[in-house]
Design a protein around this ligand. Structure first.
Ligand code: CTP
Ligand code: MG
Length: 228
């Protein structure tokens, strides 16, 4: 069984909205509507656990009914950071779950084909796989935000996206180890890397952007409108 966890509990500080980011409308529907729709249409996905902002679980329940989501089996409350939110989601996955797909609500343009490709790669390697894109910019390291310290070898830099697919026990173990170590990170792969387990890179999708700043809303809206 494959269960997706969709962390959607962020505030969206950088986008500067009063609404939690996952509820900001894009092309007439809340962002989370588009994200869940992709998972509803992905054959390998059996169930979806949504992690909603605190005080918005009822709004998410309302959306579940209105949108006729069939795979959403639980809506849980998020935590103080993304890692805590995914942890909360992990507590709600069915115990039959063999594979977990973690995908940010903030990437509503994800395509079922990328979800399947990442899932396939994880099955093949037996541990984990993540979508990522080779970096197209020249990358500078700075220690103070004022002076350039060095240029990194772009060939070695890939930008992580979600979906990220993990063998379920492995992801649980990675989160438990992180809690024991007091380690806080921005994606789940990093927790699994700490265990020294191989993670396959899967060529991501340039359209699978993360909505972070107001400009990203305009890009997402244009992309969605170009398809419907
Ligand atoms: N997220 C979450 N719980 C948190 C923080 C983030 O579930 N406490 C989720 C967001 O909802 C998003 C994903 O993690 O789907 C990636 O986070 P990010 O893009 O940083 O979203 P926000 O934290 O909402 O944005 P910001 O950092 O600008 O506040
Ligand atoms: Mg954030």
């Amino acid at each position: 069984m494959t269960t997706s966890i969709v962390p959607a509990a962020g505030k969206g500080i950088r986008i500067g909205s009063n609404l939690p980011k996952a509820l900001i409308p894009i092309a007439g529907k809340p962002m989370i509507f588009w994200t869940v729709a992709a998972f509803e249409r992905t054959p390998v996905v059996d169930a979806v656990v949504l992690v909603a902002p605190e005080n918005f679980t009822e709004e998410f329940e309302r959306l579940r009914k209105e949108s006729k989501w069939e795979k959403v089996i639980a809506i849980v409350s998020g935590g103080a950071d993304r890692q805590q939110s995914v942890w909360n989601g992990l507590q709600a996955i069915p115990k039959e779950t063999d594979w977990v797909i973690v995908h940010d609500a903030a990437r509503p343009l994800v395509k079922p084909s990328l979800i399947v490709a990442t899932w396939d790669a994880a099955q093949e390697i037996g541990t984990a796989a993540i979508a990522a894109l080779p970096c197209s910019s020249t990358v500078k390291r700075t220690f103070d935000g004022i002076l350039v310290a060095e240029t990194l070898d772009r060939e070695q830099i890939w930008l992580a996206q979600t979906p990220q697919v993990f063998e379920a026990d492995l992801l649980r173990e990675a989160h438990e180890q992180a809690i024991r170590d007091g380690c806080s990170v921005t994606d789940d792969a990093m927790l699994v890397e700490r265990l020294g387990v191989p993670i396959r890179l899967v060529f991501g999708d340039p359209e699978n952007i993360k909505i972070t700043y107001p400009i990203d809303l305009a890009i997402a809206e244009a992309l969605i409108n170009s398809k419907v």
